[in-house]
Design a protein around this ligand. Sequence first.
Ligand SMILES: *Cc1c(COP(=O)(O)O)cnc(C)c1O
Length: 428
Amino acid sequence: MKREQSIETTCVQGGYTPGNGEPRQVPIIQSTTFKYATSEDMGKLFDLEASGYFYSRLQNPTCDTVAAKICALEGGSAAMLLSSGQAANFFAVFNIATVGDHVISSSSIYGGTYNLFAVTMKKMGIDFTFVSPDCTEEELSAAFRPNTKAVFGETIANPALTVLDIEKFAKAAHAHGVPLIVDNTFATPVNCRPFEFGADIVTHSTTKYMDGHGTAIGGCIVDSGKFDWMAHKEKFPGLCTPDNSYHGITYAEKFGMGGAYITKATAQLMRDFGCTQSPQSAFYLNLGLESLHVRMERHCLNAQKVAEYLESNDKIGWVTYPGLPSDKYYATAQKYMPKGTCGVVSFGVKGGRKAAEKFMKALKLIAIETHVADARSCCLHPASATHRQMNEEELIAAGISGDLVRLSCGIENYEDLIADIAQALDTL
Ligand SMILES: *Cc1c(COP(=O)(O)O)cnc(C)c1O
């Protein structure tokens, strides 16, 4: 019987198997273009009749190798790298929704994604309905319209740390003939593989744990290959009717369930928007992926210890960490990610916004950064940084309060992190 390779081994060796005498490490193909002997050869590539590289805005071998590793980690059928997590979420939705369409999203999502959906994509004529991640099945069902094209959520929301009931959202999406898109940035495939619970498309900001060292901005989209576009032909004309900008190709017919979505996103959206990841960045990303499974375990251990310490400290008003048995999402997290959740802990310092700012100023080891999921611990005050575009009501819907500190536990020794927090709390 064929044994399925463990995710740890895929982190290290997935996506790239060098032949005899070839480089052991993934080569950086730092080339914008590729040479061919005849125009006919090149024509076949342009018509998507043959596969091969011709221009790195569309595809590059280094990027494809790293995308193949992430695809294997998620258990998908096809994947592509992009210039950022923002580009990944934009492409993931825009690939199937256009002017006049509607998308349902969890209200508890990353601030940048919220802005992308509620402001920028709204200007493009796509309407979004934001639903609470805790909504009932009836409430979720009531949000659908005849023109709804997708449902979106985050496995673990940044920074509110709500855990998505993936099966509930997938069931509702499928009952209405549309796919569920899950941003799996915080959990990573090491801790959760959303496809196993019914998600159809997964996105990542690879800038976070996958890179893990604060080195390169990047994004990724993975398709499960399980959504039957042709069964809902009328909803997805972009995939199920001929693309005149690509010589009349019908993606869902030519590339099937496993390849249609990523091929369309590459051939159409990447061609026209050019949100490419550079081969150099993809190389850095791959170095991060090689230790992802080792780092996630330590991020989770550190966050667990820090969360337990904070919970026992009387200068702290509240702590949110899905690994704490007292957490609202503990049971959901245990179901979807029994190995651990992520390294990010949110908490409120007693005394509100002022106290939170004073506490953060006193930290020595833990730096203030607009970043999470780095090997080095860092923290942020979302209400005055990432989520500052939101009004009070929107902040509440996104689960952000004025006293909220988002602490991203790195992979240092947790006793040092706790000591730093303790000395900063002493100044209050
Ligand atoms: C950071 C982040 C993004 C945006 O990614 P960038 O790489 O910064 O563009 C999207 N989703 C989540 C959950 C994030 O944490």
